[in-house]
Design a protein around this ligand. Structure first.
Ligand code: HEC
Length: 155
C-alpha cells in the first residue's frame, strides 16, 4: 500500500510539472487562403482547418499536458504537410501534388484522423456527400491547373 501511495504522489507530481511545458497556441496570419466554392470551404473549415490552417480553434485540452503535446504535434505536422491558409503561395506543381494527396486521403478515409473525430469532433466526420463535394473540387482544380500549365504564359 505504501508503494502505491508513493507511486500516486509521484504521478501527480509529474503531471503537475508537465503543466509547466505549455504549447505554442499561436495562429500565424492567414497569408493567402485557398479559393474554393462556399460549399467546399464549409467542409474544409469543419473537417480540416483545426490542423491544416492558421485558424486553429485550440480545444480546452490543448491547455492540459500531455494531451496538449499531442494536439501541438498534430497541428505542426498538419500545417507542414498542407496549409489552406498559405495555399495561394504554393507553386502550381506543389498544388497539383497536394490535390492528389487530398484525393487519396479522402478516398481512403484517412482524414480527418479518427482520433480527432471520436469523441470530441463528431461534426468533422465526412459524410458520403461531403466526400463527393471535396472530390469534385479536387478534380476540377487539378484539371484547371493542367490546363494552365498547357497554355503559354499570358503577356
Ligand atoms: C486532427 C488533425 C487533423 C485534421 C482535422 C486533418 N488532418 Fe490531415 N494531417 C494531419 C497530420 C498530423 C498530418 C501529417 C502526418 C500524417 O500524414 O499523418 C496530415 C497529413 C495530411 C495530408 C498529407 C499527405 C498524407 O497522405 O498524409 C493531407 C493531404 C491531409 N492531411 C488532408 C486532410 C484533409 C483534406 C482534411 C480534412 C478533410 C484533414 N487532413 C484533416 C492532421 C489532421
Amino acid at each position: 500500500m505504501k508503494i502505491l501511495k508513493a507511486a500516486g504522489v509521484a504521478l501527480v507530481a509529474i503531471l503537475l510539472v508537465a503543466q509547466l511545458f505549455r504549447i505554442d497556441k499561436s495562429n500565424p496570419p492567414v497569408e493567402s487562403e485557398v479559393i474554393a466554392p462556399p460549399q467546399v470551404k464549409e467542409i474544409m473549415r469543419r473537417s480540416c482547418y483545426d490542423c491544416h490552417s492558421n485558424e486553429v480553434a485550440w480545444p480546452w485540452y490543448a491547455d492540459v499536458a500531455p494531451a496538449s503535446w499531442l494536439v501541438a504535434h498534430d497541428v505542426h505536422e498538419g500545417r507542414d504537410e498542407l496549409n489552406f491558409s498559405t495555399w495561394g503561395t504554393y507553386s502550381p506543381a506543389r498544388r497539383q501534388k497536394k490535390l492528389k494527396e487530398i484525393g487519396k486521403t479522402i478516398e481512403e478515409g484517412e482524414m480527418p484522423p479518427w482520433y480527432y473525430i471520436y469523441p470530441m469532433h463528431r461534426e468533422a466526420r465526412l459524410s458520403p456527400a461531403d466526400r463527393d463535394v471535396l472530390m469534385a473540387w479536387v478534380k476540377s482544380e487539378s484539371a484547371a491547373l493542367k490546363q494552365q500549365a498547357a497554355q503559354p504564359p499570358a503577356r
